[in-house]
Design a protein. Sequence first.
Length: 266
Amino acid sequence: MNFSKLLKAAHLHPQSVSIPASWAQGRACFGGLMAALLYETMLSKTSPGRPVRSLAITFVGPAEPEVPISFEVELLREGKAVSSLLGRAIQNGQVVTLMQGSFGGGRTSMVDVPALPAVEMPELGAAASELPHIPGVTPEFMQHFALRWAVGGLPFSNNQSRTMGGYVRLRDEGGDETLSEAHLLALVDAWPPSLMPFLNKPAAGSTLTWTIEFPQPVPSLTTLDWCKYCVHTEHARDGYGHASAALWTVQGELLAISRQTVTVFA
């Protein structure tokens, strides 16, 4: 099943969604997909005209591929402009992912501050070739994404740069579907934890908590369009790292602002 089919499954049958092994990340399901499916369930419970503004995600435990997952959403409050929701992904009776979402309609305001310029990086044509999916080496979910490194080092390259990034898009969606916030969640999380390039040999790493914000309205894109991503490691010690990142269109329009606490077992 491709990404769009899984989103539809979560929308139609949120009480029982099985994620194929092709979307695995080690022993767990790909976190960006888990967040996207839970967000899609939230979206179905949100009042029209209230786009997502921010999501706060905690990966409580690994969700197993091929085992049914229930996506549950609770409306915490619906104000005049903002709806607050809480989502849970439950597998085998245990919460595996938590998400708090804020959805809000626009207001008239005298404050209008443009986004900071996108991080400069080599043009798409000058970036490295696509990172190949190598069974048993790269995570299984990587077969669904195309990544081209343009800044910083590859995982386990002993590169000490605090900055990493490049270009990303979905590899095969069966057509040029409209890119939504659910797709943006997956594109941001498709990149490895920012601590991986610092290592000189393979080791496990994952996201612990993740906060992501979406400037509205989202620029018009399709699933065939490339996006620019860049992450900056701000601090790392005791097996935990703290990083900030952003996603832009190739033209430099801001798509998402992200912060993650990541873990590394090395």
